[in-house]
Every structure is written in structure tokens, then in C-alpha cells.
Design a protein around this ligand. Structure first.
Ligand code: GDP
Ligand code: ZN
Length: 453
């Protein structure tokens, strides 16, 4: 990624397919050439102009609105031209091609937003939230992303960075000018400020984790022997017929995934192939995929059939992956032996008794899935940030170094080490909004955008 790309980029900004309006967006330095060719001149800035769009030979391609935003008052911070024509794929491609004929090149995914970031129109968290708004799969996730775009997450992070800087200044001052009388005073102030920082960071981590769940969703995997009722349970949870329910063991060879929404949180549920050892090649593939799904899961939902004798040993795949994963044990088919639906919570295990057939106890399972993933009900409204894995990792790294800093806080002789830990913590925290962000990370972040954004 080069910060100073003088070239002009263009893309169709509206989704592919037909619609009332389609938009071609152009950004770069000096768009007079393109504007002359297509519109006969640059439109008056920030006015909506009815215009005819013509090609090189002067033939009219389409008519619509032209909007011109000169730098720096535009989305990208460069000159931006928007051509709003009719939303058909053929007409949009003609218009885009005309831009390319006039010297623009196709924009890469996320390149408009990358330029906005490089021109300091947005910080990194805000740029990411643009993609998150577009990708949001629930209205709650969209609202959260909008809050991040407004800069609420960035402000919170910046405030914490500022507190860290203040604390570092206090320490560096003490290290540079050691005065016996004020030593005790400083010691107390440093430890107090450090403790406050840690509390604030912890609060941010909690709400960032909620935001992360809202955006990414919870990955849950249904595991269990053939015929225990995995597909039936998935159907009940999804309340429609996604998986084929069958009485032949091992029919669900491939994983079937369905995304449902619980309290506004997307939950991706995967129904795995029957877990058992086999020499069947096709089935072997299914088992490998099952193991991969289990590795990536946030939660395992382990099913057993209460109507059967359950003393049989767990299959190999279950033993390898199940025990260190967060899991919920579901005892299915309570209707067959007349048990009531209920939840049993022990220290590290949760058992849910239900019937995938009648639906009795399904709501209990829904609650337990949210609970196990760390979703705090009632947290869904104000104050949630749209956070990504990258943000959570940075927050956790900050936490580790603040903890290390605390270990050096008691002895003033160790304050050099304390100061160093705080410096590392500050770098980690600042990487969230992008002040210390490597180029390869930028490439990774923006490549996941759609084209035209
Ligand atoms: P899977 O192989 O684990 O996916 O199991 P299925 O969902 O295909 O179910 C196997 C059989 O058990 C089917 O005949 C289902 O109708 C039946 N079944 C599933 N859940 C229940 C339940 O809660 N009660 C009863 N009575 N039958 C069930
Ligand atoms: Zn099944």
C-alpha cells in the first residue's frame, strides 16, 4: 500500500444486479479530464446536477445526476465525482468503462475507504466499521457499527491512551528528577492511576467482546452419534426445514450450517456428519470436516439420546476435541421417557434436557447458548462497540502489559521496568485506532471490503 497514489480510481458503488439507481464513484486528484469527457465539464461542487453521460464519440450512454466533491471535503479526502445513473448492470459497466477509457483504473476492494483513512478522514476503527455496517447481519449489529463509525469506540480508546500517557509522564518525571520527599506521594498516585486504568480497560474489554459477538456471531457445533437428533434440533432452532431428518445413521455426511438470531446475536449452528469411525472415503471426509468445525467452534452442543443406554464410549473425534471446548450437554428425546424439560448447571457443565421433536426445552437451550458465549442480556443497547478480533487481541495485549506493570509498581527501583511495560501497553492500545499500524495489516483490513467502498 502506498500512501501517495496519485492515480484516479473508479468503481460501481451500488450492488450488482438491477435497481432504480446505480452509482459510479470516481476518486483522485484532478477529475477535470474525466468530467469534461463524460459531462462536458466539472459540475458545481456539492450540487446535484441533472446531466447526460456521454462516451468518447459524444454518444449518450445514460442520464442521471452528477455530484462533485472537491478535496478535501469528500469521503476519500480527494476529489470525488459521483455519477448516478440507471441501476442496470450493462449501463453501469458502460459508464465505468468510459471512466477507465478516460484514465481511471478499477478500484480495489476497500480502496475508497483506504484513501479516506490515509487522508485522515477516518481512523482505523471507523474505517473498519464502514465494512461492518455493510456486513451487519442484524439491526443491532448495524447500530453498533454506526456508533463505531461516529467515533465512539475511538474516543474511548483515545481517552485511555491519554490516561496512559499521563501516567507515563508522572513516572518518567520521577525517574528523571528523583526527590526523596515526594517519592511516597508518587508511589501512591502511580498505583492508584494504574488500578483505575486496569478497571477502565476491563470495562472496555467486556463491551468490546459483546460487540464482537454481535458482529461475528457465535459458532456452535452440534455433535453426537448418528440418530441422537442433531438435524432435528437444528430444525427446531432454525424453525424451518434446512437439514434432512432421516432414520438412516450417518446420512448427514457434510456439515450443514444455519444462522439463527438469538436476542439480536447471530448464531451459526453447524450440524456435523455422524461421528464414527469408518473406512468409507466419503464419510471419512465428513469426519475430517467435522473435526475442523469443532476446532473453530465457540461452543459445542453435545447431544445424547436419553431414551437409550448412554454408557457407550464417546467416539474418537469427540474425545479429542470435546473436553477443552466450551460445551453444553443436551439430553434429547425426553418425550420418549416422559421427562420434563430442564437445565442443570454444575460448576463447569450445563445439561439441558429437551425434545427436538416437540420443541419442549428449546428456549432453555437458546438461553444457555447465549450465556455460554458470554453474552450479557440487557447489554444490547447503548454503549456497545463494534469490535473485531483484532481489537480484542490488542485490548488483551494491553491488559497483559498493564498487569506486568503492576508487578513493578510497588518498588520504585523497578520503575524503569514499569515505564517500559506501560510503553508497550500504549503501543498495543494505539494500534486499535491505527497510530502504530503496519502496512501489511492495512492491506489485510482493506482487502476484505467490497469494491466501490
Ligand atoms: P441425527 O442423525 O443426529 O441428525 O438425528 P436426526 O435428527 O436425523 O433424528 C434421528 C431420529 O430421531 C429421527 O427419526 C427423528 O425424528 C428422531 N428424533 C429426533 N429428536 C427426537 C425427539 O426429541 N423425540 C423423539 N421422539 N424423536 C426424535
Ligand atoms: Zn442428522
Amino acid at each position: 500500500m502506498q500512501p501517495d497514489q496519485p492515480d484516479i480510481i473508479a468503481a460501481i458503488a451500488t450492488p450488482p444486479g438491477k435497481g432504480g439507481v446505480g452509482i459510479v464513484r470516481i476518486s483522485g486528484k484532478n477529475l477535470a479530464g474525466i468530467a469534461n469527457a463524460i459531462l462536458g465539464g466539472l459540475p458545481k461542487p456539492r450540487y446535484a446536477h441533472f446531466a447526460r453521460f456521454s462516451d468518447m464519440r459524444g454518444e449518450i450512454i445514460d442520464e442521471g445526476l452528477a455530484l462533485y466533491f472537491p478535496a478535501p471535503n469528500s469521503y476519500t479526502g480527494e476529489d470525488v465525482l459521483e455519477l448516478q445513473g440507471h441501476g442496470g448492470p450493462a449501463i453501469m459497466n458502460l459508464l465505468l468503462n468510459e471512466c477507465l477509457n478516460c484514465g481511471a483504473r478499477m478500484a480495489r476492494p476497500g480502496e475508497f475507504t483506504l484513501r479516506a483513512y490515509l487522508n485522515q478522514k477516518l481512523d482505523l476503527v471507523q474505517a473498519e466499521s464502514v465494512a461492518d455496517i455493510i456486513d451487519a447481519s442484524t439491526s443491532q449489529a448495524a447500530r453498533c457499527a454506526a456508533r463505531s463509525l461516529q467515533g465512539r469506540f475511538s474516543e474511548t480508546i483515545d481517552k485511555l491512551v491519554q490516561s496512559l500517557i499521563n501516567l507515563r509522564m508522572l513516572i518518567e518525571a520521577t525517574l528523571d528528577f528523583p526527590e526523596e520527599e515526594i517519592e511516597d506521594l508518587h508511589n501512591e498516585a502511580v498505583n492508584k492511576q494504574l488500578a483505575e486504568l486496569k478497571t477502565q480497560l476491563n470495562d472496555i474489554l467486556v463491551s468490546a467482546h459483546q460487540g464482537y459477538l454481535l458482529q461475528e456471531g457465535i459458532k456452535a457445533v452440534l455433535v453426537g452419534e448418528p440418530n441422537v437428533g442433531k438435524s432435528s434440533l437444528l430444525n427446531q432452532l432454525a424453525e424451518d426445514e434446512v437439514a434432512i431428518v432421516t432414520e438412516i445413521p450417518g446420512t448427514t455426511r457434510d456439515s450443514i450450517q444455519k444462522t439463527i438470531t438469538l436476542s439480536g446475536v447471530p448464531v451459526h449452528i453447524i450440524d456435523t456428519a455422524g461421528l464414527r469411525e469408518t473406512s468409507d472415503i466419503v464419510e471419512q471426509k465428513g469426519i475430517e470436516r467435522t473435526q475442523a468445525a469443532i476446532r473453530n467452534a465457540d461452543i459445542l452442543i453435545r447431544l445424547t439420546d436419553v431414551s437409550r443406554d448412554e454408557t457407550h464410549v464417546k467416539s474418537k473425534a469427540m474425545q479429542v476435541f470435546s473436553d477443552d471446548k466450551l460445551h453444553i450437554n443436551v439430553f434429547n428425546k425426553i418425550d420418549l421417557i416422559g421427562l420434563p424439560a430442564r437445565v442443570e448447571s454444575h460448576e463447569n457443565t450445563v445439561n439441558v434436557y429437551l425434545s427436538a421433536k416437540t420443541g419442549s426445552g428449546i428456549d432453555l437451550l437458546r438461553e444457555q447458548i447465549l450465556h455460554a458465549a458470554g453474552w450479557q442480556t440487557g447489554q444490547a443497547g447503548e454503549g456497545l462497540f463494534m469490535a473485531r478480533q483484532r481489537h480484542l487481541e490488542a485490548l488483551k495485549r494491553t491488559q497483559v502489559h498493564l498487569d506486568k506493570a503492576s508487578e513493578h509498581g510497588e518498588q520504585e527501583s523497578e520503575w524503569v521496568l514499569l515505564a517500559e511495560e506501560l510503553r508497550i501497553a500504549q503501543d498495543a492500545l494505539s494500534s486499535i485506532t491505527g497510530r502504530f499500524t503496519a502496512d501489511d495489516l492495512l492491506g489485510e483490513i482493506f482487502s476484505r471490503f467490497c469494491i466501490g467502498k
